[in-house]
Design a protein around this ligand. Sequence first.
Ligand SMILES: C[S@@+](CC[C@H](N)C(=O)[O-])C[C@H]1O[C@@H](n2cnc3c(N)ncnc32)[C@H](O)[C@@H]1O
Ligand SMILES: Nc1nc2[nH]cc(C(=O)O)c2c(=O)[nH]1
Ligand code: SF4
Ligand SMILES: [Mg+2]
Length: 275
Amino acid sequence: MPVSDSVDAESTGTGERGDTTEGPDGDGPTLPINELFYSLQGEGTLAGVPSTFVRTSGCNLRCWFCDSYHTSWEPTHARMTLEEIVAEIEARDADHVVLTGGEPLLHGESVALLERLDDRGYHTTVETNGTIHRDAPIDLVSISPKLESSTPTPERDPRDEIPNESQDEGEWEKRHEDARIDLESLSALVEAYPFQLKFVVTDDDDMPEILELLEDLRGVADVPVRDEDVLLMPEGATRERLAETRNRTAELAMEYGFRYTPRLHVDLWNDAPET
Ligand SMILES: C[S@@+](CC[C@H](N)C(=O)[O-])C[C@H]1O[C@@H](n2cnc3c(N)ncnc32)[C@H](O)[C@@H]1O
Ligand SMILES: Nc1nc2[nH]cc(C(=O)O)c2c(=O)[nH]1
Ligand code: SF4
Ligand SMILES: [Mg+2]
């Protein structure tokens, strides 16, 4: 998706259309924030590093397994000014900041936030689904392209768990499927920033699609995409679910020569908010 596109407000749950949103009292740009907390980076090459997490609300995809349901399927947020966000980050004692969501690159203001953090010397990681590229000071882009096994089919619709939740007759199944892979954005991201590709693995059937996507990406990107840049992460928002997926995911990493990443925060704190 090109940088200038602004994704429609209603479907992403952001309540915004433009790239710059002023606060109510003209006190500068704002972002929809679902939660802001201090924890250990739980995933990827920086796992274990104390970090402040800024979780924006709103997503252009709808993974059935999304562990941040209240940023995607049922977005909830308060808008915070960038000034407030930076003050909350400065109040916590971490050099690393993880900007996540929802999909943080939906919001033009994420760029301005990253610029302010860069000015202050923070190391920034952006967690993204890889469908949107923006130009910003990012130290590590942690890309998690979404596989077919993430698509919300009628058989795996998280809203089934929620009483009175209206269904959409396959609308999100189609929208998710159409939007989940954008080779142009993926290629722009890997070319622009130090990166990791972090695939959520549900079972063996995910592997052919991962290999095919890597082949396609290597065909178009101007930079090498090494096997060691590829991480397999077990699907699971709870300890119980991870117990079912992690060993097979680790074996697949060994079999294919990719890396394995744990989900440390789930091991430590299960599915508690703000962890
Ligand atoms: C909530 S997403 C937000 C960032 C961005 N929307 C994305 O998907 O990369 C943060 C990370 O959690 C991963 N994730 C979400 N639900 C998961 C689950 N049930 N099991 C494993 N990883 C999950 C995503 O793939 C992504 O790497
Ligand atoms: N501890 C912890 N580490 C994380 N790494 C990526 C996360 C995310 O939701 O993007 C995440 C998260 O939610 N918690
Ligand atoms: S892309 Fe990320 S935030 Fe959006 S639904 Fe999927 S896991 Fe959740
Ligand atoms: Mg998370």
